[in-house]
Design a protein around this ligand. Structure first.
Ligand code: MOS
Length: 710
């Protein structure tokens, strides 16, 4: 057939229903744990009950005697693994050296595991394994004034630890309006609906050994490469499959010990092995967000123009692996001020590995900065919206680069209009309804526009059906649909004729669904592949698809504009709250987020992403906190009964809007990424509204009743 006779309507921007929707609602979409595999065994991990020390002995006799037990694994009998490097920092990842030593680095670390015929037998046998420990004193408490805080070399090999320009101390001392406050955020755990799960199936033996993993993850290649490294296999001998993933928020971006454990169990048992973590196990084994202690100092002229910004962060990382949350990075680029300072200091604690969690850095950092900006507005007698307009920088204040596009002012203005911000009496406790104080608050959002290398392959058959292949990952975001739309436009074909294949390391290379980079990176590769296919078709085949069809590849490597421009998405979040004057109960009847995120690929899935982020931000503001028991070095509220997450009843009206933004530099689609910005700033907007309602400034999340009853 001949292609491109008539250009179809543009798919990008349309509110297309999820192409994977019918499969999901009918249960036909398979998640990792659901793959049927013959001869399966089940793995149950045994977790350390001490926070630091070593395993002295493991008595597995009773467990092994239980009918149906296939193996009990520990450092005493596990196969030797090669060390695995973290793909971002290139540092060793000792958390993935499962059973490679007797050392215990945190409570909840996997020290042994049972492989059995049924999950019930595996769990029962795990309870029969007697582990004796030699315990050492542990250090698990983060305080700003504790000893041993250190200055990390950098932040995740991505950002400088500290930045300094001008003379902050002098500017603060001379500022007519100044503030100095400390904000804290607690430990938070990401809790995707689908628990982490891996099904491992080894094939071949000796030199022909290979392994297939059905594994819930955010990017098949990273899992593949880590497993290959651990088991000394060429990467192409490891295949990782996950076309559907039930949420992740960063917790499935990089492999955690259970992936290695499942692969090891299958290898040792010489049978396929399944492992799904329980919700409780996830609290030690799949990462979390560090608590933060953030001192923010602002100095300003009487008209609100900032003269100095200082943001000093104290947070934690694990002894087993360094992960430094880049908490102060938004402060480096959000507002103009001639004198600037940011720093990160870290305590290395005997706790599980903290890691990537939705908007790492921006999420906790913007709670502090945007709370402080609200406090500055109060101190300067300015409307908080006007304060932000007055501090809009002409270029990125620390890098000096121009912004590829910067929509903060547009979002703030548009949001104020939609929200009905004016007229607003800034006086706290000025408005009430019965026993409820009413308040409104605003905060800015920001998240960088990032792209990672990717390759895509596109083919067309004689009937004009296109197939698009890339190892992208849809963790519930809508990537299946958005990429189909991007491909359709790039191929000048209707979406019905485009069939996507993703979620498999056998497909062309792609980086994780993380850093809000997925659509931008994968989409770019797809656009390149489509362009190559169309050129081939035109130049070699005169526009007529040959009987066997044709295919072409395309890749995106580096965005040349990334060196010239500072590229970020922006937003403004508005909150209306009611606070009960007798109980301190906070309700959030209304949230509005207005975002500048470049071109929106799918209006429906985009709205869902932003709305989801804002809901998670509301949850952060009012509910979420992992409570550490320092005696054991463990989180005590490790389930949904006690780790509170916002439910439907906690969420009022959430309005999501975006402004038209044309950014030709971020990628050919002009899309900035929307997975994370929705959570950034929400908590500050709510805390600011709570202050407006009550006159109580809560600088310590979450905003619980006790903090408001004074
Ligand atoms: Mo997200 S925390 O970048 O996977």
């Amino acid at each position: 057939m001949t292609l491109s006779v008539q250009r179809p309507p543009r798919a990008i921007g349309a509110p297309l229903d999820r192409v994977d929707g019918p499969l999901k609602v009918t249960g036909a979409a398979k998640y990792a744990y659901e793959y049927p595999v013959a001869g399966i065994t089940y793995v149950f991990p045994i977790q350390s009950t001490i926070a630091k020390g070593r395993v002295v002995s493991i008595d597995a006799r009773a467990a092994r005697a239980l009918p149906g037990v296939v193996a009990v694994l520990s450092h005493e009998n596990a196969p030797r693994l090669r060390p695995v490097d973290d793909p971002i920092t290139r540092q060793r990842d000792p958390d993935l050296a499962v059973f490679q030593s007797d050392a215990v680095a945190y409570r909840g670390q996997v020290v042994a595991a049972v492989v059995a015929e049924t999950p019930e037998i595996a769990q029962q046998a795990a309870g029969l394994v007697a582990v004796r420990y030699e315990e050492q004193p542990h250090d698990v408490e983060l305080r700003a004034n504790r000893g041993g805080l250190y200055r990390p070399e950098n932040l995740l090999s991505l950002f400088e630890t500290d930045t300094e320009s001008g003379d902050v101390e002098a500017a603060l001392a001379a500022a007519p309006v100044a503030l100095d406050h400390t904000y804290t955020t607690p430990t938070e755990h990401h809790n995707p609906l689908e628990p982490h799960a891996t099904v491992a199936v080894w094939g071949g033996d000796g030199d022909g050994a290979s392994v297939t993993l059905y594994d819930a993850n955010q990017g098949a290649y990273l899992i593949r490469d880590s497993v290959a490294q651990a088991f000394s296999l060429p990467p192409e001998r490891v295949r990782v499959i996950a076309p559907y993933v039930g949420g992740a928020f960063g917790s499935k971006a990089f492999p955690h010990p259970h992936v290695i454990l499942a692969a090891m169990a299958s290898k040792v048992a010489r049978r396929p092995a399944k492992l799904a973590l329980t919700r409780q196990q996830m609290f030690a084994l799949t990462g979390y967000r560090t608590p933060t202690i953030q001192r923010v100092r602002l100095g300003a002229e009487r008209d609100g123009r900032l003269t100095a910004i200082a943001h000093d962060v104290v947070e934690q990382t694990a002894t087993i692996k360094e992960f430094v949350e880049p908490t102060a990075i938004p402060t480096r680029m959000l507002y103009a001020a001639p004198n600037r300072h940011t720093s990160h200091r870290v305590a290395r604690l005997d706790l599980p590995e903290n890691s990537w969690m939705r908007a790492p850095g921006e999420c906790p950092g913007m709670f502090a900065l945007e709370s402080a900006m609200d406090e500055l507005a109060v101190a300067a007698g300015l409307d908080p919206i006007e304060l932000r307009l007055r501090n809009e920088p002409a270029v990125d204040p620390e890098s000096g680069r121009p912004f590829s596009s910067r929509g903060l002012v547009a979002c703030v203005r548009d949001g104020a209009q939609r929200f009905g911000w004016q007229p607003r009496d800034p006086t706290p406790r000025a408005r009430r309804e019965g026993r409820w104080f009413l308040g409104t608050g605003v905060a800015a959002s920001t998240y960088p526009a990032i792209q990672f290398p990717a390759t895509a392959q596109v083919s067309v058959d004689r009937a004009g059906r296109f197939s698009v292949r890339i190892a992208a990952s849809d963790i519930g975001t809508g990537a299946w649909t958005a990429l189909t739309q991007i491909a359709a436009d790039a191929l000048e074909a209707p979406v019905e004729r485009v069939q996507l294949e993703i979620g498999d390391s056998a497909l062309p290379q792609a980086f994780v669904a993380g850093g809000s980079s997925g659509t931008a990176s994968w989409g770019w590769a797809i656009v390149e592949a489509a362009r190559n296919l169309r050129a081939r078709l035109r130049d070699q085949y005169g526009g007529v698809v040959p009987p066997d069809g044709i295919e072409a590849s395309g890749a995106f490597d580096v965005n040349p504009a990334a060196q010239r421009f500072s590229m970020h998405a922006f937003g403004a979040q508005f909150a209306a709250v009611r606070v009960n004057q007798d109980t301190g109960e906070v309700r959030v009847p209304r949230l509005l987020g207005v975002f500048a995120v470049g071109r929106v690929i799918n209006a429906k899935t985009a709205r869902s992403q932003l709305l989801g982020g804002m809901t998670m931000g509301l949850s952060m503001a009012l509910h979420e906190a992992s409570v550490l028991d320092p005696r054991f070095g463990d989180f005590v509220n490790h389930d949904f009964a006690e780790y509170h997450i916002a439910t439907n009843a906690d969420v009022g009206t959430v309005d999501v809007a975006w402004i038209d933004e044309d950014d030709p530099y971020v990628n050919p689609m002009g899309a900035k990424g929307i997975g994370e910005i929705g959570i950034v700033g929400t908590a500050a907007a709510i805390a600011n509204a709570v202050y407006h309602a009550t006159g109580v400034r809560v600088r310590d999340l979450p905003i619980t009743l006790d903090k408001l009853l004074q």
